[in-house]
Design a protein around this ligand. Structure first.
Ligand SMILES: Nc1ncnc2c1ncn2[C@@H]1O[C@H](COP(=O)(O)OP(=O)(O)OP(=O)(O)O)[C@@H](O)[C@H]1O
Ligand SMILES: [Mg+2]
Length: 419
């Protein structure tokens, strides 16, 4: 068995740490061979807060995921990143004097795309440089210039960067757990591979992954990511609001949210009661389910309003025809889809990840869209890896291309709401 046919996705989320291992057979059939997940420890607010505790959680998830294969299997590891230290911008580069060299080659295009990145700046490392579209000898809208005869090729790329310290901390924890990542993948870009249809990507759509501590979003245009952003809000904030409203410990509030949460309290029967479980020897008690759901609803509404605002800030006047697609653990809350429809208008849906062979069906849920999509992303981009040491990340190929980036046209798109 070739060692390079094994792939693993690592997803260190605010609430759960997950490892999925799969084998890529015959170059294109992915079969999951093991999954492990556990509650996250030592990670919060988009930062590694305690490396030892996080390593213990990741090791435990990895042990479960590798139980079937054994730990000695060399694996291509791809890992999600979700942090409000993620920023994006779209940047152009061009190459000229190609005519004498024959048809445009793969290597030239790869270097051209990577040259969209300006180099290390302001403590950020590059996560992605993804071509949006090419212009060949002045003709725009070209998807792939490889094989064309041209004098000049220009590319417009989506560049996603992340806080250097955060990247270093994550890579060091994963390396200590014998899971050094070949590449890090922005959570909502990874999730897109698990939940979006080709039609949605092509028409243009907004993908949100509403998780425990963050809401990650990527806007897709003509098949490719065009804007990415992370809001530092998610299901944990819904739980802490409920805990504050009902004077409950956080673990009890989480249990009540999962048992009774409904994102559209206005459509609940006024007489319906929710049961609050006993704690510290006190007996259980009842309260109107509407009263339980109102703070959950209000926080969700705030998150969705911020998503809509971020779409405007990105330059969207209307929802793209592919609509708004929501995934992540919070999207599993009953009533979430109705709330989305009521607030957003236009096409909306809660997305469950596509089935992958070997994956237990109880894990094919929105909460696992990001690790599953990252696994698919890794298998699709097999062979590519970034080096995350020193002050910048770089593809293994060294860039020798003249940069034709136009500073004036670069649009800084990342606007992070901190609270
Ligand atoms: N049925 C449900 N109803 C309401 N909330 C739910 C439900 N299922 C999961 N959640 C919430 O989803 C959140 C976890 O989602 P997810 O697993 O996607 O987060 P994460 O990946 O750990 O965190 P993040 O990506 O934000 O760092 C938790 O806050 C949990 O309470
Ligand atoms: Mg997540």
């Amino acid at each position: 068995m070739a060692s390079d046919s094994f792939y693993a996705a690592v997803d260190i989320g605010t609430t759960k740490t997950c490892v999925i291992v799969a084998r890529l057979a015959d170059g294109d059939t992915l079969k999951v061979t093991g999954v492990g997940y556990t509650a996250t420890a030592g990670y919060g607010n988009g930062k590694v807060e305690n490396a030892h505790r996080l390593q213990a959680a990741l090791k435990s998830a990895a042990e479960d995921a590798y139980r079937y294969l054994g730990h000695d299997v060399a694996t291509n590891v791809y890992a999600t990143v979700s942090s409000d230290g993620i920023k994006c911008f779209n940047s152009e580069a061009e190459i000229t004097g190609l005519r004498s060299k024959g048809p445009v080659g793969h290597g030239e295009v790869a270097k051209l795309v990577d040259s969209c990145h300006p180099g290390p700046a302001n403590g950020h490392m590059v996560l992605h440089v993804i071509p949006i579209e090419y212009e060949v000898d002045g003709l725009g809208g070209v998807r792939n210039p490889v094989g064309l005869q041209a004098e000049q090729v220009r590319v417009n790329s989506h560049v996603v960067v992340c806080d250097t310290q955060h990247v270093r901390d994550l890579v060091s924890v994963m390396t200590a757990c014998k899971l050094p990542p070949r590449s890090l993948v922005a959570q909502s870009i990874g999730a897109g591979d698990a939940v979006l249809t080709e039609g949605e990507r092509e028409l243009g759509c907004v993908l949100i992954d509403v998780g425990g501590g963050t809401t990650d979003m990527t806007i897709f245009r003509a098949g490719n990511p065009w804007f990415s952003s992370v809001l530092p809000l998610g299901g944990m904030h819904m739980t802490s609001d409920l805990a504050a409203c009902l004077d409950l410990p956080l673990d009890v509030a989480e249990e009540v949210k999962l048992d009774w949460g409904y994102a559209m309290p206005q459509s609940l029967d006024a007489n319906e009661q929710a049961t609050i479980p006993s704690k510290d020897g006190e007996s259980e008690w009842s309260i109107s389910r509407k009263a339980v759901c109102q703070p959950l609803h209000d926080r969700l509404e705030e998150i969705l309003k911020l998503v809509l605002l971020r779409m405007q800030q990105a330059g969207l006047r209307n929802l793209p025809p592919g609509g708004l697609v929501a995934t992540g653990g919070c999207a599993e809350m009953p009533g979430f889809e109705e709330k989305l429809r009521a607030m957003v208008g236009g096409p909306t849906r809660v997305a469950w990840p596509a089935e992958v062979a070997g994956l237990p069906s109880y894990l094919a849920r929105p909460a696992f869209a990001a690790p599953l999509g990252t696994l698919l992303w890794g298998a699709k981009h097999q062979g590519r890896s970034r080096i995350y040491n020193g002050n910048e990340s770089s593809w293994l190929e060294k860039l020798t291309f003249r940069r034709g980036r136009r500073e004036s046209r670069e649009k800084e798109l990342a606007l992070v709401t901190r609270r």
